[in-house]
Design a protein around this ligand. Structure first.
Ligand SMILES: [Zn+2]
Length: 267
């Protein structure tokens, strides 16, 4: 039986950085995030010769050329009434430790987080980050923004909750998050404040789920995706604010579905 259960637990801080070769002539670096490589190896990006079409060549040990990759177009899904209602209840006292601009996205890392249980396996909330525009399509529609809430279990498997955002009334939690911006590439800022993740989720918890991968190298293929059908709203100013400090179009194009089922919760 599939169900979700949220409980506050202590978690570990994980900063998902990447080996980056920064061009110091164009970026001011105050604090490096992750390991800064001094070799001349090309690093992945979202455009040109290091863009998504080349990830499988330039990231040799990645799974970017695999057969169950993400994102996909969410279409031709099947209803499953055995999926229980997804009553997300992140604790209001969840602590964001810091925010980083890793050159690919803006990412908020958790110090004390929550976990979800999917198929009876606990997945701890690690971080969330932003894609603009969205990576997954829903019935062919690309929303202006997609948030990825990244959870991981003790065996290294991921559960990523995806929240689409469309332009509308401004989002209070987003105003809070944007207080810590802008950030230059490579910068990290301590947040050390409580954040209620529930406020960043849609009220309608109907969701799609399928098996796929991380959407950035190493494109690891052990991700259970949980994608809310309904978007939240953010203001145009809030979208623009974030757009200014992330790479233009930090999304990977849709990947072949290869007969994977996509399930829609039925309630
Ligand atoms: Zn992502």
């Amino acid at each position: 039986m599939k169900f979700f259960q949220i409980t506050l637990i202590t978690t570990f801080l994980v900063i998902v950085g990447c080996k980056e070769k920064y061009n110091t002539s164009t970026s001011k670096i105050q604090h490096h995030v992750g390991n800064v490589s001094s070799d001349s190896k090309l690093h992945w990006s979202y455009k040109g010769e290091t863009g998504p079409e080349h990830w499988k060549e330039i990231e040799k040990n990645s799974e970017c050329g695999g057969s169950i990759q993400s994102p996909i177009n969410i279409v031709n899904y099947v209803l499953d009434s055995t999926l229980h209602k997804f009553s997300v209840q992140y604790a209001a006292g969840t602590h964001i430790h810091d925010v980083v601009n890793n050159g690919h996205t803006i990412q908020y890392n958790f110090e004390v987080g929550d976990y979800v249980v999917f198929d009876n396996v606990k997945h701890t909330l690690r971080q969330f980050h932003i894609h603009e525009p969205a990576e997954h399509l829903i019935d062919g529609v690309r929303f202006p923004m997609e948030l990825h809430l990244v959870h991981q279990n003790d065996d290294g498997g991921y559960a990523v909750i995806s929240v689409m955002a469309k332009e509308g009334i401004s989002s209070e939690p987003f105003s809070f998050l944007e207080r810590f911006l802008p950030l230059e590439v490579g910068d990290k800022k301590t947040v050390d404040l409580e954040f209620d993740m529930n406020l960043s989720l849609p009220s309608d918890k109907t969701y799609f789920t399928y098996e796929g991968s991380l959407t950035t190298p190493p494109c690891t293929e052990n991700v259970q995706w949980i994608i809310f059908k309904e978007p939240i709203t953010v203001s145009l100013a809030q979208v623009d604010n974030i757009k200014k400090i992330m790479p233009l179009n930090n999304y990977r194009g849709i990947q072949p579905r290869n007969s994977r089922p996509v399930i829609l919760s039925d309630y």
